[in-house]
Ligand binder design. Structure first.
Ligand SMILES: Nc1ncnc2c1ncn2[C@@H]1O[C@H](COP(=O)(O)OP(=O)(O)OP(=O)(O)O)[C@@H](O)[C@H]1O
Length: 249
């Protein structure tokens, strides 16, 4: 039967991911057989010590890098075998990005930065959703400012709105609070949590921040290229214990 609950497709379904950088004696095994399934509407945090493979995993799941072997499906589409053009198109349609250093275009206003994914895709914004999004991220009176005229927190809000504006299948965030003070980090995390609650936005976030992980529905812990542990929502005590064990900070 088609369309039954059992047909629900994972937003992200990755199997047996291996990523080796370099060759021979100098080869680095960044991922050693990682499998991840992400269900819709969840905030997943990925934690682990420096060099454990978090960014490598995120880049491969997001189609920014290719695995040495293994499979990644986004919304049921196998992306590891797509050609470059098809992969670029898939990223535009299905994926939003939030980076540690914001990655805004300096010559564009906040408005044009937010609209960029739609502009590139030749799509028109839904004016109602745009207004709602801009007010949710608190930028209604900053839309005509350029990034240099905005604080770090405001720049990250622009980046969040840019990631959400096309209603992507999944948002990947790489240490979104890594370059912000603790108060601003808290505001940004609250905003990311609310995009999960309000818009059902599936989000995967690499983070070193225990507060960020405590807001997640699920936390995956990587060590030396493997997933070594997984915990559920807001189990701060357990998260802190694991951070201690893995010597993350
Ligand atoms: N382009 C590359 N060439 C060679 N080795 C690489 C490359 N990118 C990453 N690595 C290596 O792969 C391993 C995993 O790196 P990765 O950046 O994924 O770790 P991470 O957990 O994100 O670290 P951090 O928390 O410090 O950002 C590391 O040993 C790293 O040095």
């Amino acid at each position: 039967m088609e369309g039954t609950v059992s047909d629900v497709i994972e937003v992200v379904d990755a199997k047996d991911l291996v990523r080796v950088y370099g060759e021979g004696d100098t080869a680095v095994h960044a991922l050693r057989g990682v499998g991840v399934r992400i269900e819709p509407g969840q905030l997943t945090a990925v934690m682990g010590p420096s060099g454990s493979g978090k960014s490598t995993l995120m880049h491969i799941l997001a189609g920014l890098d290719r695995p040495t072997s293994g499979s990644v499906k986004i919304d049921g589409i196998e992306i590891t075998t797509l050609g470059d053009d098809a992969l670029t198109k898939l990223r535009r349609q299905h994926i939003g990005f939030i980076f540690q250093f914001f990655n805004l275009l300096p010559m564009l206003t906040a408005r044009d930065n937010i609209l960029l994914p739609l502009t590139i895709a030749g799509a028109k914004p839904d004016p109602e959703f745009f207004d709602e999004l801009v007010s949710r991220v608190g930028l209604a009176d900053r839309l005509e400012h350029r990034p240099a005229e905005l604080s770090g927190g405001q720049q990250q809000r622009v980046a969040i709105a840019r990631a959400l504006v096309s209603r992507p299948t999944v948002v990947f965030a790489d240490e979104p609070t890594g370059n912000l003070d603790s108060r601003t980090s808290g505001e940004i995390l609250t905003l990311m949590r609310s995009s999960v609650e309000e818009y059902g936005q599936t989000t995967v976030m690499v983070t070193h921040d225990a507060k960020a992980a405590a807001m997640a529905d699920r936390v995956l812990y990587l060590a030396d290229g493997e997933i070594v542990k997984e915990t559920g929502r807001s189990n701060q005590h357990e998260i802190l214990q694991i951070i201690d064990t893995l010597d993350l900070q």
